[in-house]
Design a protein around this ligand. Structure first.
Ligand code: RIB
Length: 302
């Protein structure tokens, strides 16, 4: 089993369920309010650890109650937190509404996550050195992500970038990504190609490959996922389940892929494993509260 390093965000999710998410200027009455540990980085780290992965996480929280809760959540799931520091600033927070169709809207106040700078990557470099696979998202500063990817490649690591929340990225960043795991909207933003068909996905992916990405797995929600490299592509149908909350589904999927690769699985096996994990995660509410264990996956009958 190879080690994995996650460099990314930790947020406390402030969640309310609603029938329909509010439109601009609209107020709606929702259900009970919940605080759930989240943040794309931490969700991916916890997903990996619950699936049996050995995980170092590099990130920052504030010196406050949310920070303590998020750190304890990672420790309880056996994520190595020695590379998570506290700063005199608020812990990252995400305001989330989840509607009756299991879809969400999220606004993130990054707080301490934006204090993860290039110096901090240097200070935490042993977390990268000690790992074979390095996984990043886009909830920490872009300069830091660029630097961390470059360092990881110099150290010979396999890099995975889950480009969420999507922004246009410089070619320099893209060139250091081995595996990119966007959804369709994220791929559209990254590539500039409007996506309506499978051919559009292939065209957009090719643009990313031309910029240096080795391979992509594009997640297509309840339809499935599509693997694409320079020579070939492969579609994997999603498992049909009754989704109640899609928060962290993408995180669970990327986390599961990393664990499968750490265990020496091939692309097809990894995609099947990650599809099961995603299918389990959407059947439970919340971010880290929805992430399955390896036993859950073994017992899953799709
Ligand atoms: O991907 C889901 C996550 O996005 C939430 O946990 C929230 O914190 C935001 O980062």
């Amino acid at each position: 089993m190879k080690n994995i390093c996650v460099i990314g965000s930790l947020n406390m999710d402030l969640v309310v369920k609603v029938n329909d998410r509010p439109k601009g200027g609209q107020t709606v009455i929702g259900g009970d309010f919940k605080e759930v540990p989240g943040g794309k980085g931490a969700n991916q780290a916890v997903a990996m650890a619950r699936l049996g992965g050995k995980v170092n996480m590099i990130g920052k929280v504030g010196r406050d109650g949310f920070g303590d809760t998020l750190l304890n959540a990672l420790k309880n799931d056996n994520v190595n937190t020695e590379y998570i520091n506290k700063e005199d600033i608020a812990t990252g927070v995400a305001m989330i509404t989840v509607d009756k169709n299991a879809e969400n809207s999220i606004v993130v106040a990054p707080g301490a996550n934006f204090k993860v700078d290039t110096d901090y990557i240097d200070k935490s470099i042993n977390g990268i050195k000690d790992s074979d696979i390095v996984v990043l998202q886009l909830e920490t500063p872009i300069d830091t992500i660029n630097y961390a990817l470059k360092k990881s490649k110099e150290l010979g690591k396999y890099t995975i970038l889950n480009p969420a929340p999507a922004v246009k990225l410089d070619d320099e960043i893209i060139a250091n990504v081995d595996l990119l795991t966007p959804n369709e909207t994220e791929l559209e933003i990254l590539s500039g190609v409007e996506i309506k068909t499978e051919d559009d996905i292939k065209k957009a992916s090719q643009i990313m490959i031309d910029k240096g990405v080795k391979e992509l797995i594009v997640t297509l929600g309840s339809k499935g996922s599509l693997y694409i490299n320079k020579e070939s592509s492969m579609f994997k149908k999603a498992y049909k389940v009754n989704a109640i909350d899609t928060t962290a589904a993408g995180d669970s999927y990327t986390g599961a892929l990393a664990v499968a690769f750490a265990n020496g699985k091939n692309i097809e096996e990894a995609m099947d494993f990650a599809s099961k994990v995603g299918a389990l995660s959407v059947q439970k509410e919340g971010a880290q509260s929805s992430l399955p264990t390896l036993l859950d996956v073994q017992n899953f009958r799709g």
